[in-house]
Design a protein around this ligand. Sequence first.
Ligand code: COI
Length: 355
Amino acid sequence: MDLHILPLEKFKPRINDESELTFGKQFTDRMFVMSYKAGQGWHDARVQPYQPFSLDPAAMVLHYAQEIFEGLKAFRRPDGQIALFRPIDNFRRFNHSARRMCMPEVDEDFMLHALKELIRLESDWVPRSEGTSLYIRPAMIASEPMLGVRPAEEYLCYIIVCPVGAYYKGGLAPVKIWISDHYVRAADGGTGEVKTGGNYAASLYAAREAAEKGYDQVLWLDAKERKYVEEVGSMNLCFVCDGKLVTSPLHGTILDGITRRSVLELARYNGLAVEERALSVDEIFAGVEDGSITEAFGTGTAVVISPVGQFTYQDRTVVIGDGKTTGKVTQELYDTLTGIQYGHLPDPHGWVDLL
Ligand code: COI
């Protein structure tokens, strides 16, 4: 398929002060879009000016949430070059989500090519200061106007990009996590491992309750026993337990995070034992109290690595360390991962894809 580059007539004002960058509010001048129709397949791939879609009010995504998305980043390196981090893994996961949501798959190599073209055109938008990056959001929506419940026959696939600072206002400051004993995010056989908007919409109610109580995020437990740690919605969770890295296994209800995967690979590469196993709330509380759990952190593209300062479950709270300081293992993994992403460290794993 050819990729058409449409002319751009108006440029948005650039961000002068990169310290003012927030997450996901300011988008660049252009976007990638392609259309799909049953019988015709993907067509009309173009990089065009960033602009609103015109969607029929009956578009199926607006009613039945047939939607998937991805999140990845481009980083500015010291020599000015731009690097993508494991982008093909995101397009593979995009197709995994597409299959589960009965949506058409995309050509992963073509998507990567289109993304690179988009970023080359928008390269001025890739910020330069430490901790900043260009966040990339590929998405697919069912655009067919039809109110029957079945997979749509028309779709739009698009990529928008935005310069971002830290996801949490506090940067690498430890977050406070509320463990929900009532709400659940995903059950076996559901769509928990799929990057689809509905999972996030369904998490908002509990997130609002957590925010009202002064917490940063909700930790979801398994839907069956309400006992085992699953994920935090915008991140997977890891614990440093008896000097090993422990995280929940992938069994269909949690997202197969690319940062999670990278952190586990880095840990193993650095000689740190990794255990992917079920971890219960009781074990977390007992482990923090008896000193066997020394650190906890979340991983995600947007957050990168986010230390956890405390967990609250029902009326009990445990504080990790002093609740304010980033642990040694967390800091080392953060430094190594971001060092590879920003090009300060070599990339022995072949994760970096230079533009
Ligand atoms: C990401 O980390 O890229 C995500 O997709 C989480 C998000 C919902 C902000």
